[in-house]
Design a protein around this ligand. Structure first.
Ligand SMILES: NC(=O)c1ccc[n+]([C@@H]2O[C@H](COP(=O)([O-])OP(=O)(O)OC[C@H]3O[C@@H](n4cnc5c(N)ncnc54)[C@H](OP(=O)(O)O)[C@@H]3O)[C@@H](O)[C@H]2O)c1
Length: 274
């Protein structure tokens, strides 16, 4: 059996894909810039470093690492060398729009379009928010149990990275997923206030949300992310207050089992918050 090349192999999603493929005895070539365990080194922005890793490979898991533009030469290379690409895109992509209306959608759609222009069989995974994003609250929960932010009532179905990886593994290893654009979510919308409470329960220490003025919350986020990403996220949160994120049936449809609840994610990551 030919190896599957997994890019971003030490990341939240990539690492689970590697584990799940190996558990199925599928040979894996794990790739990142800093050599992953039993893997190879390569920079997705430098196709000449990716080319050697493609020897004997037909199937690739690809993710957006760095800018979309920097990834495009590697997409062309994949078009010449491999048969199947599963791309970790984003639920921010909206097919009803000719031009995406936010930076995150624009980046991911531009890579999707480049992949569509090749002759590979492609599958696009379009997840909404990852549950692992809440790991950003770990220092606050460990310090005094209070998470300070804006739009605590924003309600979204966060997805467990294990489910996302499991859908990717199906698309990488089974037939019938070519041309699919899978919008992937968690099992039910929860407000940020509820998410903090559930994490606190799993970690065995009380945790609560404290609403702070938007400019203060924005300033804190700007220490971790560029302004256009922060503003895209905050605009999304504002909309999620009045219109909770929709739940899709993709995990059930593709895996034949229900997705993992946020409570499961919190239990899996309890140690990170203790
Ligand atoms: N977070 C969300 O809510 C959300 C929602 C929808 C979609 N997404 C998508 O998911 C992505 C994040 O996935 P994740 O959480 O699994 O990522 P992650 O944990 O940040 O991991 C990134 C991985 O990519 C590798 N990497 C980074 N730059 C690279 C490069 N230039 N060449 C090769 N490898 C590189 C990293 O290892 P090295 O540093 O060693 O290279 C690491 O293995 C986002 O960028 C977005 O496209 C996220």
């Amino acid at each position: 059996m030919k190896p599957v090349l997994v890019a971003g192999a030490t990341g939240n999603v990539g690492a689970r894909i590697v584990t799940q493929l190996r558990a199925r005895d599928v040979p894996v070539r794990a790739l990142s810039r800093n050599s992953p365990p039993d893997g190879v080194r390569g920079d997705l922005a430098k196709p000449e470093t990716i080319a050697p890793a493609l020897d004997g490979v037909d199937t690739v898991f690809l993710m957006l690492a760095g800018s979309a533009e920097a990834l495009l030469p590697t997409v062309s290379l994949l078009g010449e060398r491999v048969k199947r690409v599963v791309f970790l895109s984003s639920g921010s992509v909206d097919d009803s729009l000719a031009e995406q209306d936010n930076a995150i959608g624009t980046w991911h759609r531009s890579v999707e379009e480049a992949i569509e222009a090749t002759s590979v069989d492609w599958t696009f995974l379009r997840p909404h928010g990852f549950a692992v994003n809440t790991l950003g609250w770990a220092p606050a929960i460990r310090a005094d149990g209070v998470v300070r932010g804006a739009y605590g009532e924003a309600s979204m179905p966060l997805i467990h990275e294990k489910d996302l990886a499991a859908v990717a593994v199906e698309a990488l290893t089974a037939d019938g997923h070519a041309g699919a654009k899978y919008v992937i979510t968690g099992t039910r919308p929860l407000t940020q206030i509820e998410q903090v409470r559930i994490i606190g329960e799993a970690a065995g220490r009380p945790a609560r949300w404290e609403e702070i003025p938007l400019p203060e919350a924005r300033a804190a986020m700007l220490t971790r992310m560029p302004d256009f990403v922060v503003d895209t996220i905050l605009t999304g949160f504002r909309e999620l207050v009045t219109k909770p994120g929709e739940v899709t049936s993709t995990v059930q449809d593709v895996l034949g089992r229900p997705g993992l609840d946020f409570e499961v994610w919190a239990a899996d990551h309890a140690a990170d918050f203790q």
